[in-house]
Design a binder for this molecule. Structure first.
Ligand code: ASP
Length: 306
């Protein structure tokens, strides 16, 4: 038997790990815990970058990316540029469980969701519509935040049977080009999971993240003996010392990871990166880590503090 653990990205991951923790505490699977936790953020219109109430693209349409990676079976399901479904993570799980393919995109993903019984609804809330219309009027990227606004709920869980699962869901970059797909639905990039080792998930600028398959790297670093924290830091370092990233001041690349023995790790290029952890002893708690980007603050090893 293992001690169950769940870890999620951002402050808005806190209700997600709480929900995941309830599933895990009741003896549920990591797969169910990840889906339940991520749905919590997707269904909350106050979470501006995930599911219902997420940011629209440049055409005013909310297009979401989501994926789930089951460490037990190495099963993988993903949706990209999906429109009209409040819970993309559940569609991703259906892709994994009921579709001969691993990823569906655009209209095909929506048709699959509809055929599976998911309701098609408007995901753009009134507040988001007003912001979008203001942006359309002046296209002032600086003043309106432009594409600087984006976040992903990434969640990794370990259940009492020792099984692991990783998942993530996002509406991607605000006012992105229609059809743009980020790192989140791509195996090895936005998430990765292997029951023999651990799981990882990413958040930040997916156009940078997806070029390096960092979540697969993190799992491989752990397989080679790195501690979870060190594996995350090494992935940040690998990207930031790459020739195409050198000197880039605005990099936004952040990882969470969970090892098979329950050890968690986090590394971020953000000055402060919030994440949430649930264990049976502590319940759901919010933590913050400081920048672990070697080019920006070499002295920081990204020590965990609550
Ligand atoms: N990685 C996501 C994307 O690029 C956004 C984020 O996590 O901030 O779509």
């Amino acid at each position: 038997m293992s001690k169950p653990v769940a870890i999620a990205t951002w402050r808005f991951g806190l209700p997600g790990v709480k929900e995941a923790g309830e599933a895990l505490g009741a003896g549920g699977s990591a797969l169910d815990a990840v889906e339940r936790g991520i749905r919590t953020a997707e269904l909350d219109p106050e979470v501006a970058s995930v599911g219902y109430g997420g940011y629209p693209n440049a055409a005013g349409v909310v297009q979401t990316d989501a994926a789930i990676h089951d460490g037990r079976t190495h099963g993988f399901g993903a949706v990209a540029a999906l429109e009209g479904v409040r819970t993309p993570i559940s569609v991703a799980r259906r892709v994994m469980e009921r579709c001969p393919h691993s990823m569906l995109a655009g209209a095909g993903a929506r048709e699959f969701a509809q055929a599976q019984g998911f309701a098609l609804e408007e995901l753009l809330t009134e507040g988001m519509r007003r912001n979008y219309e203001e942006w359309l009027r002046n296209r002032d990227l600086e003043r309106t935040g432009g594409i600087a606004s984006h976040d992903t709920i990434g969640l990794v869980a370990l259940d009492a049977h020792g099984d692991l699962c990783s998942g993530c869901s996002t509406s991607g970059l605000r006012y992105k080009s229609p059809g743009r797909v980020g790192d989140s639905p791509l195996s090895g990039c936005g998430l990765y999971c292997d029951n023999a080792v651990g799981g990882a998930a990413a958040t930040g600028n997916g156009d940078d993240i997806l070029r390096f398959a960092p979540c697969a790297l993190i799992v491989e670093f752990m397989r080679s003996g790195a501690h979870t924290q060190e594996a995350c830091r090494m992935a940040v370092e690998r990207i930031m010392t790459n020739v195409s990233m050198r000197g880039k001041k605005e990099a936004d690349i952040n990882f969470i990871a969970l090892r098979k023995d329950g050890e968690v790790g986090v590394a971020a290029t953000r000055a402060e990166f919030h994440f949430a952890v649930w264990t049976p002893e502590t319940g759901a708690q919010l933590h913050v880590i400081q920048r672990a980007c070697p080019e920006q603050e070499p002295e920081s090893e990204g020590a965990l503090r609550t």
